[in-house]
Write a protein that binds this ligand. Structure first.
Ligand code: TA6
Length: 300
């Protein structure tokens, strides 16, 4: 597999492949930025812009597992075709495509200097048992000074289908006490930990761990402001009406074998997608896309 990929994409400048444990890592490096993507789950594991503060934007757990038995803990896992708990017992949380090996369909040098990748996963006998819908799922990734990920679902069944989905991005932060998320103003916050009645978000969000909230009906791009590192990551989104903000805090993190107990102050999930009442319905033979662009800028 590794040898075949190296040969197939040898003509693409800035692309390299390597194996870590049993998963394949694709590195894409341009003059303006660098990203690492794994075919395991179609997950972006690293992104660094060479503009702005030039530091790593994404968080990956030091105890992440690279043997393919579960998704790597960190980066931008893809939750699809359901977000959160499985619709029935025995199925994985957050859907099944983060547990599958995606096929690298294309890698190319774009005319503006960025690198474009396209990965794909489609329905087969195994997925049809978990979710009885024939589908094709395409993930386009563009790497440069910014990172763009775009997930397109094509419903190949003869009926409309509803699904929930998210880019479950883990961001590296200086300290959870000093970050804020803005752009959630006006959206409807559903607190998953207290199940309290939804409230409308006003002002920038400060995070007091543990936090696990869904924000519905997003109205603008999000900004993750990190005073400690003097950096802002702007999270632009299209075709995604929800956000999720998650930090497990000191107690809940102990339940995660692939996260160190003391890792929580240095990570924050700010996810965009279509969750709860923002589920998307895709007519038969039609497609739906959601796109996210990350742009890091220095606050100094
Ligand atoms: O997005 C937040 C969340 O749904 C939390 O409830 C939390 O459990 C987390 O994702 C991680 O889920 P995972 O299935 O990757 O362990």
């Amino acid at each position: 597999m590794l040898g075949q990929l190296k040969q197939q994409f040898a003509h693409v400048k800035g692309i390299t492949f390597e194996q870590r444990g049993s998963i394949i890592l694709i590195s894409a490096e341009t003059e303006d930025g660098r990203a690492v993507v794994t075919t395991q789950g179609g997950c972006v594991l690293s992104f660094q812009s060479k503009q702005g503060d030039q530091q790593e934007c994404l968080w990956v757990s030091e105890s992440a597992i690279y043997d393919g038995s579960k998704p790597v803990r960190g980066g931008i896992p893809i939750c699809w075709p359901w977000f959160g708990a499985a619709p029935r017992e025995g199925l994985p949380a957050h859907g099944f495509v983060r547990n599958r090996v995606w096929q690298l369909l294309n890698a190319e040098n774009l005319s503006d200097g960025r690198i474009g990748l396209e990965l794909m996963v489609e329905s087969d006998e195994e997925t049809l048992v978990m979710w009885p819908v024939p589908f094709k799922l395409s993930l386009k990734i563009e790497v440069g000074a910014t990172l763009t990920v775009s997930l397109t679902t094509t419903n190949l069944s003869d009926q409309s289908q509803s699904l929930t989905e998210a880019f479950h991005s883990y961001f590296a932060i200086a300290d959870i006490q000093t970050v804020q998320v803005s752009g959630l103003e006006g959206s409807e916050q559903h607190d998953k930990l207290t199940s309290a009645a939804p409230v409308t978000q006003t002002g920038a969000l400060s995070v007091s761990p543990p936090m696990d909230s869904v924000f519905l009906n997003l109205q603008q791009p999000l900004q993750l402001q990190d005073k400690g590192w003097q950096r802002q990551i702007e999270i632009q989104h299209q075709g995604a009406a929800s956000a999720v903000v998650w930090n497990p805090g000191a107690e809940i993190i102990k339940g995660f074998a692939d996260m160190d107990d003391r890792a929580w102050p240095g990570m924050l999930c700010v996810e965009v997608g279509n969750v709860l009442q923002n589920a998307v319905t895709i007519p038969s033979q039609a497609s739906h896309s959601m796109t996210m662009t990350l742009k890091a800028t220095s606050l100094t």
